[in-house]
Design a protein around this ligand. Structure first.
Ligand SMILES: [Zn+2]
Ligand SMILES: [Zn+2]
Length: 249
């Protein structure tokens, strides 16, 4: 099984990341990745980008040096009704929308509140991926969460950085439980590097270990084919158009 794409990366615009699009493309190409999504944080993240940074991504070529690019965001869920920090007129221009809970943007709630926040966010048609739901700071009802993701056609991320983030210890057990349920219910999953520096793009080792452990079927894993991910997005009405391709080296 080959992992050819990364749906979760941060550039310097996120405020606490260290690389540019240039840097990412260079490393992605060396690692043989076929597609990278840029998903800087939404504006509610302290030090995060202005909304104009999210909205201006049409200037980013669709393909650089043979690496395809998706224009994205990691939106912050800002209340337990699942509201996010990006409005519809921005969301509809993006290729890929991640939504996640960060404790600097929302106080961790009870298990019921956190679960509700995710499930309500899934009602937002523009959201594609729920990022790092395995974070133990935000305990969830895993059964409800995965069942809703399956019913609402959302992709569940098994976040690679979560396993090594000291603030998220205990993630591995949660991720294994989430992955087991995703397999049981037939929900889509994706490994995200959540890279905050270019060298981490395409790093999925820990996520892949979880997929192997639960024997996740390849058809549920979104990283193994560009066509599978893009087909999913197009079926939701995302156009992924204005094809521009450049080469810089
Ligand atoms: Zn995040
Ligand atoms: Zn992230």
């Amino acid at each position: 099984m080959k992992f050819v794409l990364d749906t979760h990366t941060h550039t310097i615009a996120s405020g606490h990341a260290y690389s540019t699009i240039h840097d990412y493309i260079e490393v992605a190409k060396k690692k043989g990745l076929e597609l990278v999504a840029f998903t800087d944080h939404g504006p509610a993240m302290p030090g995060g980008p202005n909304i104009f940074h999210i909205g201006n991504q049409r200037v980013i070529p669709r393909e650089i040096d043979g690496v395809e690019i998706l224009r994205g965001v990691e939106a912050n869920i800002i209340d337990y009704d699942g509201r996010i920090d990006i409005s519809e007129n921005y969301l509809k221009k993006l290729d890929l929308v991640l939504a996640s809970l960060h404790d600097v943007c929302i106080e961790p709630g009870t298990r019921e509140e956190n679960t509700r926040a995710f499930i309500k966010a899934m009602d937002n048609e523009y959201i594609d991926i729920i990022a790092h739901p395995g974070n133990p700071k935000f305990p969830i009802n895993i059964d409800d969460f995965v069942l809703n993701a399956r019913e609402k056609n959302k992709i569940i991320e098994i976040n690679n950085s979560t396993f090594t983030n000291p603030g998220r210890s205990g993630s591995r057990d949660n991720c294994i439980m989430i992955a087991r349920k995703a397999k049981e219910y037939g929900a889509f999953v994706v490994a995200g590097s959540d890279a905050h520096i270019s060298f981490d793009v395409g790093n999925f080792q820990k996520s892949i270990e979880v997929f192997k452990l639960v024997e996740m079927p390849e058809e549920l894993i979104m990283n193994t084919s560009k066509q599978k991910l893009k087909g999913y997005l197009k079926a939701k009405g995302k156009e992924l158009q204005e094809r521009t391709s450049i080469s810089i080296r």
